[in-house]
Ligand binder design. Structure first.
Ligand SMILES: [Zn+2]
Length: 154
């Protein structure tokens, strides 16, 4: 599924990208712009307020009520509503900065921005768009554990 996420739900957008979902999130877009792009790109619009969303019948959308206030509750709310599961294998498959799918890279020389230890021990992934390099180190295990504990990951 593809999503467009309201500026009010930045934490949800970021976490859904970490979960490998295709998320359009731009805090500088108006609700009107986001709704239009959601319609054009066949994205489900996640919002906290229907007032930010001009033409509800045109696009699939979900209002996350203000009463659902923790990040984990919001993610579980989205999961339940669409009967979806987030898979471990998709975790950290996208660039957190720009939502692009990353690809494995095998550089001969250590890229300047990463530590030697990481270069020796981890498979590297790179965003083809913004060139940011990722690896599945301690932060990966920590995030995975938390997402499993909170029943976000399946
Ligand atoms: Zn990127």
């Amino acid at each position: 599924m593809k999503w467009a996420v309201d500026a009010m739900l930045g934490d949800v957008a970021r976490c859904m990208i970490i979960l490998g979902e295709d998320v359009l999130y731009r805090s500088d877009y108006s609700g009107v712009d986001l709704a239009r792009i959601a319609r054009e790109e066949d994205r489900i619009f996640l919002t906290t307020s229907v007032r930010r969303f001009p033409n509800p019948p045109d696009t699939a959308y979900l209002i996350i009520p203000m009463s659902v206030d923790s990040l984990w509750d919001k993610l579980r709310f989205v999961k339940r509503r669409f009967s979806i599961s987030f898979k471990v294998e998709n975790l950290f498959s996208r660039c957190i900065l720009c939502n692009t799918l990353t690809t494995k890279i095998f550089p001969d020389k250590k890229p300047a921005e990463i530590p030697q230890k990481v270069f020796m021990e981890f498979v590297l992934y790179q965003c083809p768009r913004c060139k940011k390099i990722y690896w599945k180190g301690g932060h990966f295990e920590h995030t995975k554990k938390k997402l499993l504990e909170e029943s976000i990951l399946n």
